[in-house]
Design a protein around this ligand. Structure first.
Ligand code: DMJ
Length: 658
């Protein structure tokens, strides 16, 4: 990416050449990738002239300095050393000698010479000048051998690097401020009184142990487990960052009272969790799983290591925002700080569900670091979105970070769109209901979704379709099933005439998603199900029949249970537990399935980290009392990591260096 992505800086008229800031530079995408505009030529010429001039100075200096007569001439004026102290001519660092050799010699002389010796210091200075000129000459020679395109690229890379360094310097945590750690409310709950419920909860904890210990045994320190092959599984989403399952599982271990396991995870993080990786990561995935997991572990345990690591990682993600609009790239090389978008995403667009799912974590990063930069970045995303015209009040899934304009008009409450809506609602709730802008955006969006996307099947099932340039695709993804919980959670904040309506809408979506489970052989739902061609809530395409241990359906059951206490949600949740035990549990952990309509399991051989972070956590909460993680105090990020509601009066950060 770097070269292709950076060259437009030169070719775009808006890029403004070297003078236009880096943000403007990266923005000049739409232009040609050849980089041969007039501005580019002027710059190249300037650079070459500079090099030639520098070479000329060096030659003049060399002529004065190295010719015998000049030396003699200079010796009386500049050198006070005796001939015996001067190095022999063949030891002089001439053009062929390495500058390091000269530096080494200088250092040796400095060690040997008396401190404050003016002759030595003069000699030192001259030697330094000589080295600099030699280096300039060498570089000029090398540069003149390069093609103009290569020279341009080098200038750009250098410029990019300087800008990235500045950005990092600005944001680098120079010791975190002290935070008055507030002991968490409801981080551990009592055993449920009802014995049957207690047993069910204990069963879910057993499932967590089975998933955790197999990961520990076969894939410890790697990202995920392959439970059939009994080895590690690595996903490109995390680049070379390791330990996704460990970080994702932290808070589930904590709330289940698995203290020893939590300590093991903490020790691994202290010793091994490293973000200096030279590989591309998904900004969204790393944020929701790693930043979210670390923040959650900090808020539950108060252990400083988690806060430190979360902020450190947050800083590493900041270069992703380095685009003309401030809408972040989807992919980022954590070492170079260079970002780009998924090649398949509409004309180089960023994805709504990705850049729209940073808000909660970044607000907490600013809160815990005392550095406003994180909050500024996500508030800017909000500002960009607010300035844009929305087709029919809907948010398309694609937004170009260079132009700041929508890409393809494809709208979805499932993949590519989903958690953007979730984070609007939760931003309002997490701000102790002070972020009224988020509230308005959420309810406006939901209204448009109801008008244009939500439909009822002839069999009476409410579903959320996808919208493509005004045409509906009557398909609902497993991912979309989270929306039942979202509608119900938001009901309380709706105008009073609509509160009951949103709770019922949540219940209807929960029922539809339950049907998508119930109509399969294994009683776990497919990746996507359709409401056309004479079917309802059934996958018709082979590539939509898989189940990868996803949480969205039990997530909705959890919210519906908490908000209504209708026993059917515990019943449905238990059906999911039994199905997981019967069809996904294997010797080496839990595996996803390739086809939920098949009698005989075909395993995908991956135990996803979100199975421990989300699926098992939501199931456990359904069989716990409501005072374990009460919804009035905690917000779940989209990976089910826990973030406390920010009540500024009670969670003061003392901005003072430790
Ligand atoms: C999780 O990583 C998160 O829930 C995300 O929002 C969507 N996809 C997976 C689980 O299905």
């Amino acid at each position: 990416m770097p070269v292709g992505g950076l060259l437009p800086l030169f070719s775009s008229p808006a890029g403004g050449g070297l003078g236009g800031g880096l943000g403007g530079g990266l923005g000049g995408s739409g232009g040609s990738r050849k980089g041969s505009g007039p501005a580019a030529f002027r710059l190249t010429e300037k650079f070459v002239l500079l090099l030639v001039f520098s070479a000329f100075i060096t030659l003049c200096f060399g002529a004065i300095f190295f010719l015998p007569d000049s030396s003699k001439l200079l010796s009386g004026v500049l050198f006070h050393s005796s001939p015996a102290q001067q190095p022999a001519a063949d030891h002089k660092p001439g053009p062929g000698a390495r500058a390091e050799d000269a530096a080494e010699g200088r250092a040796r002389r400095r060690e040997e010479g008396a401190p404050g010796d003016p002759a030595a210091s003069l000699e030192d200075n001259l030697a330094r000048i000589r080295e600099n000129h030699e280096r300039a000459l060498r570089e000029a020679k090398e540069t003149l051998q390069k093609l103009p395109e290569e020279i341009q690229r080098d200038i750009l890379l250098e410029k990019e690097k300087v800008a990235q360094d500045q950005l990092r310097d600005k944001a680098a945590p120079r010791g975190l401020p002290q935070v008055n750690f507030v002991p968490p409310i409801g981080a551990e709950g009592p055993e449920p009184e009802d014995l049957a419920i207690r047993d069910k909860r204990a069963k879910i904890k057993e499932m967590m142990k089975h998933a955790w210990y197999n990961y520990k045994r076969y894939a410890w320190g790697l990202n995920e487990l392959k439970p059939i092959s009994k080895e590690g599984h690595s996903s490109s989403l995390f680049g070379n960052i390791k330990g996704a399952t460990i970080v994702d599982a932290l808070d589930t271990l904590f709330i289940m009272g698995m203290k020893d396991e939590f300590q093991d995870a903490k020790s691994w993080i202290e010793k091994n969790l490293d973000f200096n990786v030279n590989a591309e990561i998904s900004v969204f995935e790393v944020n929701i799983r790693f930043v979210g997991g670390l923040l959650s572990a900090y808020y539950l345990s108060g252990e400083e290591i988690f806060r430190k690591k979360a902020v450190e990682l947050g800083v590493k993600l900041l270069p992703a925002f380095h685009t003309p609009s401030g809408i972040p790239w989807a992919l980022l090389n954590m070492k170079s700080g260079i970002g780009r978008n998924w090649p398949w995403a509409s004309g180089g667009s960023s994805i709504l569900a990705e850049f729209g799912t940073l808000h909660l974590e970044f607000m907490h990063l600013s809160h815990l670091s005392g550095n406003p930069i994180f909050a500024e970045k996500v508030k800017n995303i909000r500002a960009v979105l607010n300035h844009l015209e929305k087709p029919q009040g809907l948010y398309p899934n694609y937004l170009n970070p260079s132009s700041g304009q929508w890409g393809q008009h494809h709208v979805s409450v499932g993949g590519l769109g989903d958690s953007f809506y979730e984070y609007l609602l939760k931003a309002w709730l997490m701000s102790d209901k002070t972020d009224v802008e988020a509230k308005k955006m959420y309810f406006d969006a939901v209204q448009a979704i109801e008008t244009h996307l939500i439909r009822k099947s002839s069999g009476g099932l409410t579903y959320i379709a996808e919208w493509k340039g005004g045409l509906l695709e009557h398909k609902m993804g497993h991912l979309t099933c989270f929306a039942g919980g979202m509608f119900a959670l938001g009901a309380d904040g709706a105008p009073s005439s609509l509160a009951q309506h949103y709770l019922e809408l949540g219940a209807e979506i929960a029922r539809t998603c339950h049907e998508s489970y119930n109509r399969t052989y294994v009683k776990l739902g497919p990746e996507a199900f359709r409401f056309d061609g004479g079917v309802e809530a059934i996958a018709t395409r082979q590539n939509e029949k898989y189940y990868i241990l996803r949480p969205e359906v039990v997530e909705t059951y959890m919210y519906m249970w908490r908000l209504t206490h209708d026993p059917k949600y515990r019943k449905w949740a238990w059906e999911a537990v039994e199905a997981l035990e019967n069809h996904c549990k294997v010797n080496g952990g839990y595996s996803g399935l390739r086809d939920v309509y098949l009698r005989h399991e075909s395993y995908d051989d991956v135990q996803q980290s979100f199975f421990l972070a989300e699926t098992l956590k939501y199931l456990y909460l359904i069989f716990s009392d409501d005072d374990l993680l009460p919804l009035e105090h905690w917000i779940f990020n989209t990976e089910a990591h826990l973030l406390p509601i920010l009540r500024m009066d009670k969670m003061a950060v003392e901005v003072k260096e430790k």
